[in-house]
Write a protein that binds this ligand. Structure first.
Ligand SMILES: NC(=O)c1ccc[n+]([C@@H]2O[C@H](COP(=O)([O-])OP(=O)(O)OC[C@H]3O[C@@H](n4cnc5c(N)ncnc54)[C@H](O)[C@@H]3O)[C@@H](O)[C@H]2O)c1
Length: 311
């Protein structure tokens, strides 16, 4: 059985474990700094396995030693947003938490592939890569699957078409400057622009960009977790099943799309070695401008990190 360790047993961490356990994909370890909480959640989840008929071990702990030999490490530890906060406001507090989580887990699982969820996402993935010194194939940031799923849900709500027929591609940084690609997105092969009136499509794009904030404002005490966790589980499954699945994820750029030494949301192929390749789309002028605006914003956060932490 494969082994996946999740650091941070809060809302996204525990929900990721839930989605993963349902898939019977791997034995699971949940690590958190809060005493008793990962143990309690894991025991509760473990006791649901007989009901759904899945043979998976789920262990909660405060000790990184229990993560030894993991195939995949998922980092969700850190503070979520509260109303009025941007993801970048979390940089200082989360950089320390993610840096420690990455190094502690690497010590016990030197061959693991890392999936990073903590915000500010692109910069926390960059921090994980730089701190661990791992090749880019083994450090993947989750953002684009979630942002694209939000857009797919909104398109389905607008059109009444099954989510299965709706393909959306949201690239760029995981912030309000993200880039929903309406030309590449489609309903059963029909470009969105030809299916949905322009004003309605514009509203969907705007709602997608603020999709995380909409939920933060409703919840008031934290941020989204069902869909982010489902996205993490999809990445883990694509890797462990060697699916060669193409999905948007944050990847370390080495010249692709004209970008270097930064994490950014692009279509990637995922398989057993992690990130197998980056797919490059052709952009028109407007798409290119949006992409560059989003890259500039992510670069700023990377610069702020470099001032904060020695990499
Ligand atoms: N990339 C995305 O798409 C996306 C989506 C949702 C949330 N997030 C981010 O994920 C992070 C977690 O969100 P959440 O809703 O699960 O928050 P949460 O507060 O529910 O859980 C975070 C957990 O991290 C734990 N933690 C803190 N410091 C730790 C440490 N040093 N070691 C181990 N655990 C530690 C906390 O005790 C807490 O249980 C946030 O930064 C949030 O912004 C990202």
């Amino acid at each position: 059985m494969n082994k996946i360790s999740i650091v941070g047993a809060g809302m996204t961490g525990a929900t990721t474990a839930h989605w993963l356990a349902e898939r019977e994909l791997a034995n699971l370890v949940l690590v958190d700094v809060v005493e008793g909480m990962p143990q309690g959640k894991s025991l509760d989840m473990l006791q649901s396995m007989p009901v759904i008929g899945k043979d998976v071990s789920i262990l909660g702990t405060n000790d990184y030693a229990a993560t030894a030999g993991s195939d995949i490490i998922i980092i969700t530890a850190g503070m979520p947003r509260k109303p009025g906060m941007s993801r970048d406001d979390l940089l200082t507090v989360n950089a320390e938490i993610v840096g420690k989580a990455a190094m502690e887990t690497l010590k016990h699982s030197p061959d693991a592939i890392f999936i990073v969820l903590t915000n500010p996402l692109d910069t926390m993935a960059y921090l994980t890569l730089k701190k661990t010194g791992l090749p880019r194939e083994r450090v993947i940031g989750q953002a684009g699957i979630l942002d694209s799923a939000r857009m797919r849900a909104f398109v389905s709500m607008e059109t009444g078409v099954s989510v299965e027929n709706i393909n959306c591609y949201v690239l760029g940084g995981h912030g309000d400057e993200m880039v929903p690609l309406t030309r590449h997105s489609n309903i059963a092969g029909i470009p969105l622009r030809d299916y949905i009136p322009a004003d309605k499509l514009e509203a969907i794009v705007a709602r997608t960009r603020k999709g995380g904030g909409e939920i933060v404002n409703l919840l008031k005490t934290g941020s989204a977790y069902y869909a982010p966790a489902a996205a993490c589980a999809q990445i883990a499954e694509a890797i462990l099943k060697n699916k060669h699945l193409i999905v948007p994820c944050a990847a370390y750029m080495q010249g692709e799309y004209g970008l270097n030494d930064m994490y950014f949301g692009v279509p990637v192929m995922l398989g057993r070695s992690g990130l197998e390749r980056i797919i490059e789309y052709e952009f028109d002028e407007a798409e290119k401008a949006n992409f560059e605006k989003s890259a500039a914003s992510v670069k700023e956060t990377h610069d702020a990190l470099r001032k904060l932490v020695e990499l």
